[in-house]
Design a protein around this ligand. Structure first.
Ligand code: PMP
Length: 406
């Protein structure tokens, strides 16, 4: 398909809105993405016509929702090239997926004095669940650092790995800096030491082709809402060999086989990890969102976003005293920056009044901010529906900010 930006923008109802009488320019895509009409429509279509709880009913509506939920699972399996739909667990998002792994894998495989390696570039969601686990198990976290450009120093990994290392966990793309990490290389190093790897794909899946078989990662997790699907949806991919060995995370309906007061047995994969009524209409909408992304073409998306990143980086670099944090050679369409002497909140507030939505703060990556000894940044994150003209408005807005505060 041709990349028709006008048509693409018309697929997203919110993009034609105004704020404070100005056209909305949405540059907060790393926090969450906007939703195309087809995703919004499928939610109302299912609630209006087919809604009924999945897996338990013999009637038509339940069968319809069950089938659509399981088809969405197959869509996800295909999208990330997993071996089997048994390896696709529906969750509520990246955080939920990581907590599931930290609890279930952690309970089974992490013991006293064991070590888990995380990167310094992680979102709090890929730090805190491991800290909680390490407190419970008296295990230890080791940190793979990054350099001034925001690139992981992979050479240091070999020194961090020991006989006690039981897991390496890191993101494919940093949410605060946009760095694309060399995860294939890291996975190879880990596997040559028999260490499994969990990849947080929250900021990667929407920007580039992800093939879990090629990557050979042991776990891959992401959130639906960052890839044009509803909030409250998410995915945990895990190799079957791990998921089979891991105990259930939560108990309840659907995850059981037989329940007696004497002994309960558990359902097969993937249902063993899906306790309670799932967000089935959300899952169905996630499948729709992935179909939509596939129809645009992930390589077309990557190409357009690369143009936005290059143009944005060049324009913003023209502004005196503006410092960009995160200058990795491989980056997604994220620009994190500060203008010397101007608080990020002030910059964000002025841009907001001009219709430009950016995020300010530490982006749930306090260790990254600590590394640079700053409290936070202003972050503009672009999606494939953004345009060069919108970046021009950001640039003009920043010139106004400079004028106002200097
Ligand atoms: N990891 C990364 C890299 C993220 O960017 C985010 C969201 N900002 C998360 C984890 C957490 O995702 P969620 O809040 O959707 O669970």
């Amino acid at each position: 398909m041709d990349f028709d930006i006008k048509k693409i923008r018309s697929d997203f109802p919110i993009l034609s809105h105004t704020v404070y009488g100005k056209p909305l320019i949405y540059f907060d895509n790393a926090a969450t993405t906007q939703k195309p009409e087809c995703v919004i429509n499928i939610i109302s279509e299912f609630y209006k016509n087919y809604n009924s709880n999945v897996h338990r009913g013999v009637h038509l509506l339940s069968a319809k929702c069950t089938e659509a939920n399981e088809n969405a699972r197959k869509t996800i399996q295909k999208f990330i090239n997993a071996n089997s739909s048994k390896e696709i667990i529906f969750t509520h998002g990246t955080t939920d997926s990581i907590n599931l792994i930290a609890t279930s894998f952690g309970d089974k495989f992490i013991n006293k004095d064991d070590e888990i390696i995380v990167s310094e570039l992680e979102h709090h969601s890929n730090i805190v669940p491991w800290q909680l686990l390490c407190e419970r198990k008296q295990a230890k976290i080791k940190v793979l650092p990054f350099n001034e450009k925001g690139e992981l120093i992979v050479d240091k990994l070999k020194n961090l790995i020991s006989k006690k290392t039981k897991l390496i966990t890191l993101n494919q793309v940093s949410n605060s800096l946009g760095t694309i990490n060399p995860i294939k290389k890291i996975i190879e190093i880990a596997h040559s030491n028999n260490i499994p790897v969990m990849i947080d794909g929250a900021q990667a899946i929407q920007h580039q082709k992800v093939d879990v078989k090629k990557l050979d990662c042991d776990f891959y997790v992401f959130s639906g809402h960052k890839i044009y699907a509803p909030t409250g949806t998410g995915v945990l991919y895990g190799k079957e060999k791990w998921l089979e060995q891991m105990p259930p995370y939560q108990g309840g309906g659907d995850m059981i086989d037989v329940v007696t007061f004497k002994k309960t047995t558990y359902n097969e994969l993937p249902f063993k990890f899906e306790a309670g009524t799932p967000n089935y209409i959300g899952n169905i909408a996630l499948g729709k969102a992935l179909d939509y992304v596939s129809s645009i073409g992930i390589s077309n998306i990557a190409k357009h976003e690369k143009e936005l990143l290059e143009y944005g980086t060049q324009k913003l670099s023209e502004i005196e005293n503006l410092i960009i944090y995160g200058n990795a050679k491989n980056k997604t369409s994220v620009i994190s920056f500060l203008i010397n002497g101007i608080h990020p909140y002030d910059t964000g507030m002025v841009l907001d009044k001009l219709g430009v939505a950016v995020r300010t703060g530490n982006h749930c990556t306090q260790p990254v901010m600590d590394h640079y000894k700053i409290p936070g940044t202003v972050r503009a994150s672009f999606a494939f529906y953004n345009t060069i003209e919108e970046i021009d408005v950001l640039y003009e807005g920043l010139l106004k900010v400079v004028k106002m505060f200097n």
